[in-house]
Design a protein around this ligand. Sequence first.
Ligand code: 5GP
Ligand code: ZN
Length: 118
Amino acid sequence: NAPAPDENCLFCKIVAGEIPARIVHASDHSVAFRDVNPQAPTHVLVVPKDHYANAGEVAQHAPTMAADLITTARDVAAQEGLDNGYRLVFNTGEDAGQTVFHVHLHLLGGRSLEWPPG
Ligand code: 5GP
Ligand code: ZN
């Protein structure tokens, strides 16, 4: 029993097609689209169609979905030609700067990425 869409959730609206996005990949379970404020030449967000607040929630309740986000990010990275590597990030909570509470995996690549991040 999947969670219902959240009518106040920006990414539920993107999944439903109610808000436009530059979609780069879609499957039965997930959608990948370009971040509106990119932090790297490739900056894509991979989200499950079902609403979960964060990575821990999706991994607990739908572990196959959590894995699907990572394999989808790998496939998009290949499609984007990120042969030199890429970074995957799940921001969780206030200290990490999470602003949208529908889990999204950031895929960043196309430049050298600092570590540790700011
Ligand atoms: P967070 O800080 O929650 O991990 O990341 C949220 C991300 O969503 C940010 O990188 C932000 O630029 C992106 N974002 C916010 N609103 C929109 C939108 O309407 N469309 C798209 N494509 N990205 C968005
Ligand atoms: Zn949502």
